[in-house]
Design a protein around this ligand. Structure first.
Ligand code: FAD
Length: 441
């Protein structure tokens, strides 16, 4: 059997590794148009802002390592131009020599990821405007900072990538303003939660402009639609991504209106023998089964492993996602999973909401700080629909317990009975997760 994989970052390399672990006989070829493979996209903001993080930390593996470790062929600098699904052939271009050749497959995996969305902003093509997606895009930002020593920056978009970049630009002494067209930072959260984040950032001295849309980028400044001018000699556009699905679409593969490829629990697309994984594919909600596009490395890795198993005859199946995310900005951890209140109401749930402010551990211990938890539950089923948490310490642990509870279908009355680990440096006798359940019961 011949497996061909297009794309070799989080999803593509996971497919290859799992397929080889399952099956020593199959032939595996991976085509990647970039020169870097299997890198940590998640570390890119820190590569820009922290001296201790080197390029090699993000790109620990090269094609030779993969070829030797997994007995496969991995060709970087090779772009797949088209797919002929009837003949089961692809057309590939060697970007260095410009040679175009054909290859064949029995199973084809599309792991082509996503590309930053560029909003219609006049002047977005200027040399001081950047997006951040891969290691080379981070290199370009670093080179610009080293060469031009910008003093002021604007980050367009107050999502997690924009806010991680904010922190890292401030680390470098670049005064940064964040401009967000919605009325809140982190639009995945409800306003009554994002307000804690906004207050925190404002107290840190961050200039955060909400409800302002960037209209134009000029020499040394950014202009918003409302007529405000913000000085900036560096602009970073962080306004989301779109799936790289054109190649698959042209081969007849079904996609959603945002371009994400439709897959089933075996990660099969609508076209025979073609699979899709990672940021190019649409996932679905584990809560209500509706399509859910939350492109993250965690999901890309998972889908990749499952797909590698499926195409070699294994029984793993994709179960969907909750859309769980976490990030840190300065000292604040921000996490959310499942539905927020607005989404739950829109979907007609009988919504119960609680806000719970609790210390992460016994107050007399160093590291104790309060976290704010908002939980959204459904009165009819007695189950959680989603959680949002902000705080300095212990946010990740509580979020992961909530994720486990939602995923296992637990009702809120079970939370108090969890036998969670307790000692003063780690928690309180009744953990914030237990309190949340006690209030919701
Ligand atoms: P990609 O990483 O996009 O890789 C797809 C590859 O396919 C690309 O290298 C592309 O060049 C190649 N390709 C596309 N078309 C072709 C073609 N025709 N021929 C050959 N090759 C092709 N996720 C988290 O879970 N946690 C985080 O903290 C986090 N932080 C992030 C921070 C930043 C700044 C960024 C940019 C992303 C972050 N992510 C995070 C998201 C995570 O990086 C992505 O979800 C993950 O990289 C997706 O992997 P993928 O393999 O599906 O796609």
């Amino acid at each position: 059997m011949k497996i061909v994989i297009i794309g070799s970052v989080a999803a593509g390399t996971s497919v290859a590794a799992k397929a080889r672990r399952n099956n020593e006989e199959c032939q595996i070829t991976v085509y990647e148009r970039d020169s870097d493979i299997s890198y940590s996209g998640c570390g890119l903001p820190y590569y820009i802002g922290e001296e201790s993080i080197e390029r090699d930390n993000l790109t620990p593996r090269n094609p030779k390592w993969f070829e030797e470790r997994f007995n496969m062929t991995l060709k970087t600098g090779h772009e797949v131009l088209s797919i002929d699904s009837k003949e089961k052939k692809i057309e590939v271009k060697n970007l260095e020599t410009e040679e175009v050749f054909k290859d064949s497959y029995d199973k084809l995996v599309v792991a082509t990821g996503a590309t930053p969305l560029l909003p219609p902003i006049a002047g977005i093509e200027r040399e001081n405007v950047f997006t951040l997606r891969n290691v080379q895009s981070a290199d370009r930002i670093i080179d610009y900072i080293v060469e031009k020593a910008p003093k002021k920056a604007v980050v367009v978009g107050a999502g997690y990538i924009g806010l991680e970049l904010l922190e890292n630009l401030e680390n470098l002494g670049i005064e940064t303003t964040v401009i967000e067209k919605e009325e809140r930072a982190m639009t995945k959260m409800d306003k009554d939660m994002s307000v804690y984040l906004e207050d925190y950032l404002t107290k840190k001295g961050v200039k955060l402009l909400l409800g302002e849309e960037v209209a134009e980028i000029e020499e040394g400044a950014v202009k918003t639609r409302s007529g405000r001018t913000v000085e900036a000699d560096l602009v970073l556009v962080c306004t989301g991504v779109k799936p790289n699905s054109k190649l698959a679409q042209e081969a007849g593969v079904k996609t959603y209106s945002n371009g994400a490829i439709e897959v089933n629990h075996r990660l099969e697309t609508s076209v025979d023998s073609i699979y899709a994984v990672g940021d190019v594919a649409m996932a679905w909600s584990r809560i209500n089964g509706e399509p859910l596009y939350v492109p993250l490395g965690s999901t890309a890795n998972k889908m990749g492993r499952i797909c590698g198993d499926v195409i070699t005859g294994g029984n793993l199946r994709f179960k969907g996602i909750l859309g769980t995310g976490i990030f840190k900005v300065f000292g604040m951890a921000v996490a959310q999973t499942g539905m927020n209140e607005e989404q739950a109401l829109e979907r007609g749930y009988d919504v119960e909401v609680i806000h719970n402010i609790k210390p992460n551990q016994t107050a007399y211990f160093e590291g104790s700080s309060e976290m704010v938890i908002k939980a959204v539950a459904d009165r009819r089923s007695g189950k959680l629909l989603g959680v949002q948490i902000l705080g300095e310490n212990g946010v990740d642990k509580r979020m992961d317990v909530f994720v486990a509870l939602i995923s296992s279908g637990a009702t809120v009355d079970e939370f108090f009975h969890l036998d969670l680990a307790y000692a003063p440096p780690f928690s309180t006798t009744k953990d914030p997760v237990m309190y949340t359940g006690m209030i919701l019961e």
